[in-house]
Design a protein around this ligand. Structure first.
Ligand code: NAP
Ligand code: SF4
Length: 695
């Protein structure tokens, strides 16, 4: 059997989970759609069909004060039960199990009704919370229990009580946010009374045969968080009060340590679940940066946990478990932990999706329903009846970057004769540079996935081939897709031809040597990538992840728990060169980077001593270095090299010749528009265009 530990059933006494994987809670934005949960139902049904053992919904509030945002998802009245029942029935019909997460945001609520154990404002919310009265505390405990009872009535197999990430329950538990002097604050016993009473009341209201997961914060990663003895005590109390399973929570939302981003090594937090597992007797789930069946199997085999939670990997591929079970792990579309279409969307008030799988959370849209047949799961989408008999069209896709790869594999998957051309000797385009950036090692997985799909769908791949318009006409292609990508923009600066000037492609693709002092012109996504690459204190082989020990030292995470919250002094990085990262505009350097990861990139570069300057005017480049002016003050950066990262221009020189020959041509990705280009747009455009062409 493939992955025997992953696929071992888990007997909970009154029910059995078919495998050891939990699809962790993720807010998608569909919870608030006014559509009787139709989109949410399709989203969960697809994942239930994919074979995951147990799923957890996004956070549902037990009352209005607990809303994350005004009018956020809640389950506070009987009238709301019917749409939840619709959801649970659809999951059960697909052979799945689902638990509803009850989340009270406390001082993380972004609205004026926010409440907390003490009136202490969170650094990530504009609202100062109201201190909860003793009466309100009692009422909130009842709200949790009533919400749980309604969840049971709605057909959920269980609930998860959100006790981590710095939400209300965590706020009661930690001295950082609980300054109360009454029976709900002070000693650990008093601070833990709130979760204890919730657990006991919820168990009483829901009965013995109902899954109750308690998500406990094992590492707060903030000052004045819990210490290890308290975490063990709380876990034991939750077990005694009726929890079926404990789940691991890592880091409060206000913590300044990345815990799920791509810079975090895989399985970086399983050690702490293992530590707690030795203290309790109920099953415990581990989490954070687990994204392949191999990693999950290794964790379970090594006894770090009883179950593994993966959330984003199921956005990236709903059929993860089916493919793993069938020994087709190389067909899994792996989550690259970029956050670009999931968390960044949610924090920008948009529905979540996935950079590598644009169908995620759009399962009801026509283009998303249609797609490649998967022998085990039926379809990627949901339209199981569509007939993909050979489509007679012959299509050329020019350029094997993310846009071209997505389009070509989707076309071929629909039976269209598809030829994919690239002048390079490998597929991947810009991804081949991205994968070399320390902390972006996961990009290798996306390329592995697409290369496998090329093979599986029968795309005719022509590398080292520059397709001309005449050739495409002679080969009688019905339609051509131009996914030829971008070329670096070369700014008009005096001395731009000086030998000390390098283009980012020289550094990342051609691997030219770079001196001990470097000025980077342009601080967009690529400027930051180059700065990260050139300042990396832990050089390693391509594709090799940062070690967990180096990650802990770099960010100040203490596995010995000498201080509350598990923090220690971060190590001073040993940086190989002096770097200046420059931009002309006034806004903060890095302001346009991803909402949930940009802060960590800025912080990393700051710790590495990278100078990040805005309002820079470039005057000239000569033997001395880069001459600039800031607010009319001239100065010279005596850099050995100047690296140009000044954006891109579309590369589409065969567009006009194709038009002259009357060949129907489509533009996608960077070839269509270079500004604001990212892989998310490229893959989505490629996927949608294939649907259009297939008709
Ligand atoms: P970009 O994000 O548009 O940044 C271009 C930079 O060059 C800006 O800092 C711009 O700032 C500067 N610039 C533009 N024209 C210039 C000129 N004529 N002279 C001097 N400087 C000039 O483009 P990019 O860095 O090439 O990235 C391309 C795309 O890839 C981006 O859209 C990005 O989203 C994506 N990407 C994302 C990531 C990520 O981590 N999410 C990483 C890599 C790439 P000023 O105009 O202020 O000087
Ligand atoms: Fe993973 Fe990125 Fe997709 Fe989010 S957008 S699920 S982080 S691959």
């Amino acid at each position: 059997m493939n992955y025997p530990h992953l696929f071992a059933p888990l007997d909970l006494g009154f029910t059995t989970l078919k495998n050891r994987v939990l699809m962790g809670s993720m807010h998608t934005g569909l919870e608030e759609e006014k559509d009787n949960f139709e989109k949410l139902v399709a989203y969960f049904a697809a994942r239930a069909r994919g074979g995951v053992g147990l799923m957890v919904t996004g956070g549902i509030s037990p009352n209005r004060q607990g809303w994350l945002v005004p009018f956020g998802a809640k389950l506070t009245s009987r009238s709301e039960i019917s749409r939840h029942s619709h959801l649970t029935k659809s999951v059960h019909d697909e052979g799945g199990k689902i638990a509803m997460q009850i989340l009270h945001a406390g001082r993380y609520s972004v609205h004026p009704l926010a409440v907390a154990p003490s009136a202490i404002k969170a650094p990530i919310s504009p609202f100062k919370p109201w201190e909860m009265s003793r009466r309100l505390i009692r009422a909130t405990i009842s709200d949790f229990a009533n919400c749980a009872a309604r969840a049971r009535e709605s057909g959920y197999d269980g609930i998860e009580i959100m006790g981590s990430e710095g939400y209300l329950i965590n706020q009661f538990v930690a001295p950082r946010t609980n300054h109360r002097k009454d029976e709900w604050g002070g000693s650990a016993e008093n601070r833990f009374r709130f979760p204890e009473e919730i657990m006991r009341t919820v168990r009483q209201k829901t009965g013995k045969d109902f899954i109750i997961i308690f998500r406990v914060s094992l590492l707060d990663l903030v000052d004045d968080g819990s210490n290890w003895d308290e975490i063990v005590l709380l876990a034991k109390k939750m077990e005694a009060a009726g929890a079926t399973i404990l789940n691991t929570g890592i880091g409060w939302h206000e913590a300044r340590i990345p815990t799920i981003a791509t810079v975090v090594p895989r399985g970086a937090y399983t050690w702490i679940t293992e530590k707690l597992r030795a203290e309790i007797s109920i099953p415990i789930i581990t989490t954070n940066r687990i994204n392949t069946p191999e990693k999950a199997e290794e964790i379970l085999k090594n006894g770090h946990a009883d179950m593994v939670s993966m959330a984003r990997p199921f956005l990236a591929d709903p059929d993860f478990m089916i493919k793993a079970a069938a020994g087709r792990g190389d067909e899994i579309n792996t989550c690259i932990a970029c956050n670009q279409a999931c968390l960044d969307h949610i924090f920008s008030k948009k529905n979540a999706s996935c950079l590598v799988n644009p169908r995620a959370c759009r399962e009801t849209e026509n283009w998303a329903k249609s797609g490649m047949r998967d022998e085990e799961s039926g379809m990627r989408g949901q339209n199981l009846t569509q007939n993909f008999s050979k489509n007679k069209k012959k299509v050329a896709v020019i350029g094997a970057g993310p846009a071209g790869l997505a389009c070509a594999t989707e076309l071929a998957g629909r039976g269209i004769e598809t030829h994919l051309f690239d002048a390079a000797n490998e597929t991947g385009g810009q991804f081949n540079m991205a994968k070399r950036i320390p902390g972006k090692e996961e990009f290798y997985e996306t390329l592995r996935f697409f290369n496998k799909m090329i093979e599986k769908t029968g795309v005719h791949l022509h590398l080292n081939t520059r397709a001309t318009a005449d050739f495409l006409a002679a080969e009688k292609f019905d339609e051509v897709v131009l996914s030829t990508g971008v070329l670096p923009r070369i700014p008009k600066i005096e001395g731009i031809g000086h030998p000390k000037v390098l283009i980012y492609t020289d550094v990342l693709a051609k691997q030219k040597m770079v001196g001990k002092s470097v000025a980077i012109v342009g601080a967009g996504g690529i400027g930051f990538d180059v700065a990260m690459f050139l300042s990396e204190p832990h050089p390693r082989k391509p594709g090799e992840f940062l070690s967990i020990e180096n990650y802990q030292n770099e960010w100040g995470i203490d596995p010995n728990f000498e201080n509350r919250g598990g923090l220690k002094k971060a190590e001073k990085p040993d940086v190989p060169r002096k770097i200046w990262l420059l931009q002309r505009s006034k806004n903060k350097v890095g302001e346009r980077l991803g909402k949930t990861t940009g802060w960590a990139h800025r912080m990393t570069l700051k710790k590495r001593g990278v100078e990040m300057w805005n309002e820079v005017e470039y005057m000239k480049i000569d033997d001395t270095g880069l001459h600039i002016s800031i607010k009319n003050q001239a100065q010279i950066i005596e850099a050995e090299h100047v690296v140009i990262c000044a954006g891109q221009e579309s590369q589409r020189e065969i567009l006009q010749p194709l038009a002259d020959l009357g060949i129907k041509t489509h533009l996608i990705g960077g070839a269509k528009a270079a500004g604001e280009l990212d892989a998310k747009r490229a893959i989505e455009e490629g996927t949608k265009l294939a649907f259009e062409i297939a008709g």
